[in-house]
Design a protein around this ligand. Structure first.
Ligand code: 6GU
Length: 225
């Protein structure tokens, strides 16, 4: 998979590419991430990327020409998903992440300021994604989230594939509690069942814990399909 990111702050995104599973996915060539400076596609000598909004009001708007030029320079194919990261987008879920992980080419456009010229949305963008109901100062952190989440569901990205399958949300339930040594720490003991060696009872206990946690913390996950 190839992910091209168009942004005014490529350095924000670069840092997450250098660690952990994401770094390994890139090393193993399961994923390529190319960062593109939007300003390089500006067409005036001041490299202007934003301008005042027609109709007035506070804040600046990203101009359409540099974004169109940047996207065209990336030669999108008919199957390329061109994703604008915006709080107005569809909320990212693990299901969306898994669907996107099957694509071969994504172009991510990170917004800043008040937003982008609507003609970018109309003509260029195929998907709009938000990472949650709060406002960030730009799309870069959301792009980090999206790239990270995709990288860990790419086949072979994880040394322990089973570990990904057992994550919270991968079965629509939250994860169960985990323990490691020592068996007793500050008067808190590891539950006996985990020490029993009885695999069926352990599986049952973990499942019950997952269900109880989900009902208590995220009942919305159980009621909805
Ligand atoms: Cl994708 N962008 C911004 N600026 N804020 C957000 C977001 C994206 N998702 C949630 N909040």
């Amino acid at each position: 998979m190839k992910i091209d990111v168009i942004t005014l702050f490529p350095e924000i995104i670069r840092s997450v590419l250098e660690y952990g599973i994401l770094n390994r996915a890139i090393d193993r060539q399961l994923l390529r991430v190319n960062l593109h400076q939007l300003r390089d596609f500006a067409n005036d000598r001041h490299q202007t990327v934003d301008d005042y909004p027609y109709g007035g009001g506070a804040g600046m708007v990203l101009k359409p020409e540099p974004i169109f030029a940047a996207v065209h320079a990336l030669n999108p194919g008919s199957e390329t998903r061109i994703i604008f990261l915006t709080p107005q987008g569809k909320r990212l879920t693990q299901h969306c992440v898994e669907t996107l992980s099957l694509e071969s080419h994504l172009i991510l456009i990170c917004g800043r300021y008040k937003g982008i010229d609507e003609r970018v949305r109309t003509k260029l963008v195929t998907d709009e994604i938000s990472i949650g109901d709060y406002v960030l100062s730009g799309g870069e952190v959301a792009a980090q989230v999206l790239i990270d989440a995709i990288s860990r569901v790419l086949p072979n990205a994880m040394n322990d594939y089973r570990s990904a399958q057992e994550d919270s949300f991968s079965q629509d339930l939250l994860d169960h509690p985990h323990y490691t040594r020592p068996v007793e720490f500050e008067d808190m003991r590891v539950p006996d069942v985990l020490l029993s060696g009885h695999h069926q009872n352990i599986e049952q206990w973990r499942y019950d814990q997952s269900v109880a946690r989900t009902i208590q913390r995220r009942p919305d996950l159980i009621r909805q399909p």
